[in-house]
Design a protein around this ligand. Sequence first.
Ligand code: 5GP
Length: 204
Amino acid sequence: MSKAIGILYVVSAPSGAGKTSLCKELVRIDPTLSHSISHTTRKPRAGEVHGEHYYFVTQDEFREMAAAGGFVEWAEVHGNSYGTSKAELQRLFGLGRDVIVDIDTQGAMQVKKYWPGAVLIFILPPSMEELERRLRGRETDDDETIRKRVGNAKGEIRYLKEYRYVVVNDDFSEALGELGAVVAAERAAVERLDKTWLMDNFGI
Ligand code: 5GP
């Protein structure tokens, strides 16, 4: 079936909720869905690759892009800047894909305002205790960073009511299934049907 324009899925969660792994797996099993690569001023973690996980840029480069209107949205998260570039979305929609952006709540609110068709999905951990346990388990951040992230998580969860869907990531494969179901449901929305396709095939 044909649809007019690509769908933008916005996925947010406190760090440690499993959002990155869920999005990565979803994109791996669905070739028509692509993950938008953000720009960030954060330093790469071990194993992170420029152009694959993020476009790692300097503060000056980021500021210049923002001033030139190069971002659809951007925000300061945990002391670093992160942004979704217009060029990245154009590239992926140009390939005919639906796109997932994995961004914080501030960025999601900007997208919601300017992109009414965007589908906002929030991923919750089963509890705050489990969130902290997962953050400590990943051993990539120091104590102070973990405390900062746990502190920020509550503030982020307060935005939940601004989102359309929620997925609780207790069991990974169950959560993945629910996320896939949300993606499929939105693709089947009547309001997204290509009007030309309807006219050509059914005369309505
Ligand atoms: P991390 O440093 O752990 O990769 O990401 C920290 C936070 O920044 C996560 O909540 C992530 O979703 C968010 N983030 C990543 N890319 C973007 C972006 O392009 N825009 C915004 N607003 N947030 C982002």
